[in-house]
Write a new protein. Structure first.
Length: 178
């Protein structure tokens, strides 16, 4: 039953995200600037990470199974990202209080930004509807140290996404050195 639930969640995200993919900023373009509060209550801007690779991932809800799995996998490999001069930033429409509780429960030590008005999610074409509720869609952007989007992920499998991003980060960093 759990496997069926997982398949349905992935299928729902895939179908929903296909309709928004055209609105997403594309590789080779400047990443939209933003400033949003993190779980610690401090404002975080994309420009705070100039000179670093940024894995900017959007997700629907704290504490849901897919979102928990995705966050856990990023956290498990956080040292691999740091070794590659990369930071992880998660964004959803959840409140700061919910983000704090989610970080505590999942043992997360990367930034989760609150986008309650969905302004950042909209700028990145990462918005979906679940009935009447507006949520951040599960999408990811790999942004280089100069602020240029190098890779977009409109379809994300929470189980394997972390490894996909690490692999692409290695390839992109290797390409830049040549």
């Amino acid at each position: 039953m759990k496997k069926i639930h997982y398949i349905l969640v992935v299928l729902f995200c895939f179908i929903t995200q296909q309709s928004i993919a055209a609105d997403m900023p594309q590789p080779g373009t400047l990443a939209p600037a933003f400033t949003s509060p993190s779980q610690d209550g401090k404002d975080v801007s994309l420009s705070d990470f100039n000179g670093k690779w940024v894995v900017l991932y959007f997700y629907p809800k704290d504490f849901s199974s897919g979102c928990s799995l995705e966050a856990h996998n990023f956290q498990a490999d956080i040292e691999k990202y740091r070794a590659r001069n990369a930071v992880i930033i998660g964004i959803s429409g959840d409140s700061l209080e919910t983000h704090r509780a989610f970080c505590t429960k999942q043992g997360l030590d990367f930034k989760l930004l609150s986008d309650t008005d969905h302004a950042v999610s909209t700028a990145y074409g990462s918005v979906m509807k679940n009935g009447e509720e507006i949520l951040s869609a599960r999408t990811t952007f790999l942004i280089d140290p100069t602020g240029i989007i190098r890779k977009t992920y409109a379809t994300v499998d929470p189980m394997s996404h972390d490894q996909e991003v690490l692999s692409d980060l290695d390839r992109l960093q290797s390409d830049r050195k040549q």
